[in-house]
Design a binder for this molecule. Structure first.
Ligand code: AP5
Length: 216
């Protein structure tokens, strides 16, 4: 199964992907996680991406498209795309690559949540750098204070979760990423809209109800 997960920063894309990849046995391809991995490794791509990410702007399309098409080609059993495509240019490039491979996306899940909720979610988010697990100090706390349930490693706050950067990321989302949804609606793709301001478990079960129909 091939799925695209759309939604503003902090909508819960990473959180939901943890559950989705287990149920459907597909790969989680997160453009943000791949970029953070490149930065941690000190690669050329990571260095080029750094200043854009730290300010809440988008990394240039050509860099992202090459990186994500390569990732998609390595996921033969299927995948869920998290954070890509994020511009209409990226969506067009993805369509072109899928057409060339004779493949298609089975569903687009669109997480809907208002800006005020996002600000609270992102400022309270904590992540485990090694396992990649996502927590929230109030809504999804770890069992032991500030430690990952899986690895026991110390949790950290992402640099781009500072309030002033969150504001820029939201503006970038409304200006450049919302049009991607319009692009897909115009092409008649299977779009599943999900209210993401409910409890994490409720959001997961709404997504499973719809993806189970696709994964026959
Ligand atoms: P990226 O890492 O993709 O960040 P993002 O899209 O802004 O998404 P987030 O990871 O912040 O949020 P999320 O939706 O995954 O929410 P989460 O599950 O963590 O991108 C980072 C940067 O990389 C970009 O700014 C850009 O510079 C660059 N980049 C990446 N892709 C790019 C592309 N395609 N093109 C160009 N540049 C690109 O949840 C958030 C918090 O809320 C957590 O604490 C969680 O526990 C909590 N939570 C989740 N769901 C719920 C719920 N239902 N109720 C209560 N709390 C909840």
């Amino acid at each position: 199964m091939r799925v695209i997960l759309l939604g503003p920063p902090g909508a819960g894309k990473g959180t939901q992907c943890e559950n989705i990849v287990q149920r459907y046995d597909i790969r989680h391809l997160s453009s943000g996680d791949i970029l953070r991995g490149e930065r941690a490794a000190g690669s050329e791509l990571g260095k080029k991406a750094q200043s854009y990410m730290d300010s809440g702007a988008l990394v240039p399309d050509d860099l992202i498209i090459e990186m994500m098409i390569k990732a998609i080609k390595s996921a033969e059993k299927g995948y869920i795309l998290d954070g890509f495509p994020r511009t209409v240019v990226q969506a067009e490039a993805l369509d072109k690559a899928l057409d060339a491979a004779g493949e298609k996306v089975d569903a687009i899940v669109n997480l809907e949540v208002d800006d005020e909720v996002i600000i609270e979610r992102l400022t309270g988010r904590r992540i485990a750098p090694k396992s990649g697990r996502v927590y929230h100090i109030k809504y999804n706390p770890p069992k032991e204070d500030n430690k990952c349930d899986e690895t026991g490693e110390e949790l950290i706050q992402r640099e781009d979760d500072k309030p002033e950067v969150v504001k820029n990321r939201l503006k970038t989302y409304h200006d450049q990423t919302e049009p991607v949804l319009g692009y897909y609606r115009n092409t008649g793709k299977n779009i599943i809209d999900v209210r993401a301001d409910q409890d994490i478990e409720k959001v997961t079960s709404s997504i499973f109800d719809e993806l189970d129909k696709v994964d026959k």
